[in-house]
Design a protein around this ligand. Structure first.
Ligand code: ATP
Ligand code: MG
Length: 237
């Protein structure tokens, strides 16, 4: 429930500023927001931050744009939020958030203990609740291990309410680790049959092969947002 309400806030903000997202999207989000505000609104407890992965089947459908605006929306709503670029080798979240000149250490440096987590976290200059963890430009995505990523998440969960992961497309290693360990997922798609079908596959992957699924916890709400048109495709729980 929490996820739906904050997702709605964040996406509504970007929807207002984006001429391509039409009135239909806003209407669906307003309805979700209204129903959420009437229900119990449970904030994450300290030390128990939630991991939200933003993923897709196909590339170039708006994951990074969504992750950046969603994280900014959460931070503006008062939640301590960190957004991590999982696109190792092809980072661009730092550009979306305007901090590309401030990247000294990255996500892989933290995993390889070449720096501390606090040295690698970049504080956003506009939103005091938002921090960014950039991806490495030079390393290979195979450098990620589930154990390494999990250790990092344990540390981040203690200090942040939300950990938003900008994942690469598909189910290669970088994306897989984030999805395996996530609490919630946002699956981006655009209104083409091939993109929708690949998104459907991703939702199936998360629903069957994530750690929560392995433990029989069906708490995911995967939301597919159709870019370039005014429709939210579906919500599952
Ligand atoms: N809602 C939107 N409407 C129209 N264009 C969009 C929207 N969101 C993103 N874009 C544009 O689509 C392009 C791809 O966006 P983005 O980089 O966020 O996609 P991505 O899924 O992260 O790509 P990749 O798979 O390469 O990581 C960019 O040019 C971006 O400006
Ligand atoms: Mg991207």
């Amino acid at each position: 429930m929490m996820f739906r309400s904050v997702a709605s806030v964040a996406v509504m903000r970007s929807a207002r500023s984006s001429s391509v997202v039409g009135r239909g999207l806003s209407a669906v989000l307003k309805r979700d927001l209204a129903s959420d505000s009437a229900s119990t609104h449970i904030a994450p407890t300290p030390g128990n931050g939630r991991v939200v992965v933003v993923s897709s089947g196909k590339g170039g459908v708006g994951k990074t744009t969504t992750a950046a605006s969603f994280a900014m929306g959460l931070a503006d709503s008062g939640f301590k939020t960190v957004v991590i670029d999982f696109d190792i080798g092809l980072r661009n979240l730092d550009i979306h958030l305007g901090c590309e000149r401030r990247v000294i250490f990255d996500f892989v440096n933290v995993l390889q203990k070449e720096c501390t987590l606090s040295q690698a976290l970049i504080k956003d200059k506009r939103s005091p609740n938002l921090s960014v963890l950039a991806a490495s430009q030079t390393k290979d995505k195979n450098i990620l291990t589930v154990e390494g990523v999990e250790e990092l998440f344990i540390e981040l969960r203690k200090n942040f309410d939300y950990i938003v992961c900008d994942s690469p497309a598909g189910i290669e290693s970088g994306a897989r680790h984030a999805m395996y360990l996530a609490d919630e997922a946002i699956i981006c798609t655009n209104p083409e049959l091939s993109s929708c079908r690949d998104s459907d596959k991703m939702i199936g992957f998360i629903a069957s092969r994530s750690r929560r699924a392995e433990r029989g916890m069906f708490l995911f709400r995967a939301m597919a947002i159709a870019l370039y048109c005014s429709v939210i495709v579906f919500l599952i729980s």
